[in-house]
Design a protein around this ligand. Sequence first.
Ligand code: DAH
Length: 338
Amino acid sequence: MQEIEKIKKRFEDEILTVMASEIKELEIKYLGRKGMIAVFFQEIKNVPEGKKRKFGQDVNELKAYIEEIIKARLEEIKSQENLKSLEKDKIDVTMTGLRLSNGAPNIITQTIREVEDIFVSMGFDVMTGPEIESDYYNFEALNIPEYHPARDMQDTFYLAQKMLLRTQTSPIQIRTMETYKPPIRMIATGRCFRRDAADSSHFPIFHQIEGLVVDKKVSFANLKGTLSEFAKRMFGKNSRIRFSPSYFPFVEPGAETAISCVMCGGKGCPVCKYSGWLEMGGSGMVHPNVLRNVSIEPEEYQGFAFGWGIERIAMVKYEIPDIRMFYQNDLRFLRQFK
Ligand code: DAH
């Protein structure tokens, strides 16, 4: 009986000091097949007859006691481990995130999108054409034969087999009229190339927006109305358009188009060089020869067309003083249009 008490005490001491990893060993030591409790059971036969019953009861009680405590201890360890792993995997949802600095479309792309939005809202389709163009589409079909002096102003980068880097977006007019029947209402934006020396208003790479409308009873008044509306939406409702006679081989009559100065409204200032007007590009009524080149009957159909510079539009709208800035990739410039 004393032995039972002693083992109980010993167990109570051990369970307090034992490490979590050693609990199983302790369990075997006391409750295993050759453990201390088992030894007691073997001893029963040596206990005097009158005390056997009590001895048996005490051993059973001790066994139940040890089982219960070990079970409780194991559960406690398990829940501590759970807590620890919860702690480790905790996510602080209130923590401020990392700020990623994202890019933005280039100002030329932004301007192209703005221009396209305006014309699309007026019912124009958006077309594209190749930057590497044939002599035929870039010049010949636009009523600029090989000997024509108008080619001098549009010297470009010539490739093999009469291919060249397009000098204007006008060849997309031809491609569109070859593919679609009138009525046609289209614009096209894109990159153009010329063998120009760079200065504040010239660069060997630049972008244009081309417009073309072909239908029955199309008049110069429609051209004027369309560009006036565009100017108002792009540059402000007080913007006005001026047409002045000019020459482009693929239109007749042809006109230079200008908008009223965005700085002074037309009164005259350094930006418009005191003229009150800012030149934007060319326009006119599609030349009958051009219509014939794409098998459209000039007696039946007329068209108007225009071609403006995208950089020019952006320079006027955002007060950019030098076209070279678009191509220097200076982040201090680019970030202003984020
Ligand atoms: N393509 C001409 C240029 O780059 C601009 C132009 C003038 C386009 C008159 C047109 C037009 O469509 O009708 O100088």
